[in-house]
Design a protein around this ligand. Sequence first.
Ligand SMILES: [Zn+2]
Ligand SMILES: [Zn+2]
Length: 347
Amino acid sequence: MKAVCFRDVEQIETIEIEDPRIEAPGDCIVRVHMAGLCGSDLHPFYGRETGLDPGTVMGHEFVGEVVEAGPDVKWQVGTMVGAPFTTSCGDCFYCQQGFFARCEQGQLFGWRERGSGLHGGQAEWVRVPHANGTLVPLKGIAPEIGLLLGDNLSTGYYCAEMAETGPRGVFAIIGCGTVGLLCAMACQSRGVENLFAFDPQTHRLEVARQMGAHVYDNQAEFVDAIRKATDGRGADGVMELVGLPAAQALAFQVLRPGGILSVVGCHCTPQFSFSPVDAFDKNLTYRTGRCSARLYFDQLGQLVENFETELVGMISHKFSLADSVRAYDVFANRKDGCLKAAFDLTL
Ligand SMILES: [Zn+2]
Ligand SMILES: [Zn+2]
């Protein structure tokens, strides 16, 4: 099959590799219809995260059709399915509580290290282990939305939820990439009336504005606006979706004492940008971690209905699998106003 594979830092290529096969009774093979490019694909791409085996199929966001199912799998061949970015067994201590992100047997799609792990979704077919506990039937949902539910939309919603956003209070978003914009959408759906968003990239801010946020590309103005809106206290909840020390420092700065800092940006540095004393003095609540995306396929039905057009429009650029080098370039460098890119295998 054709697949987009990791070769080395800043080198991916579309090559022919062996087709995936059923390896266990609970496995499925999904024929991919659409596969997303995600900000976190760029961590290994740029070498910020190391250890990914050359030859690994990239990507952890895909939707498609079940074309082969192991004997233990309940999904019928022909079912259109979405997948969260990690697998989940459905049976362990964590899965039983809906905390799928920490399934004892969970694996991330598109991550192979020293010969073990899972290939990703940027390919014609993908093998899905624990298919019963991992896959979700799409039931008529557009493929674009299925992709977003598998990671970015669910993660954005999770971030808004951890910050305890709602109609009362003042909230701030730092980072308006795809997840940040979807977090703003989540805030709107949760009735947030006072939302401030910061990103140095102006073209994304226009979308955040459409989601009801007061938007800033100037950091000093952003800080000042939150101060003015809160009698100098700071925001009740701050959502940080960047994963860099400067963003964390800014988030801490604009948060009021007793507020909640909700972080879904993937931090790669070993230390916090504020000290334990700072945290104590602010009575800080810090919430972070991988989102249990599978949970949200069922929970976000109303949001998906209300924002269908905006969600489909979020995938601003589509490419064929063969065009992977250009796809990564356009997405990584935010060329041509790119919000989010996907491989459309029906092209
Ligand atoms: Zn992703
Ligand atoms: Zn589990």
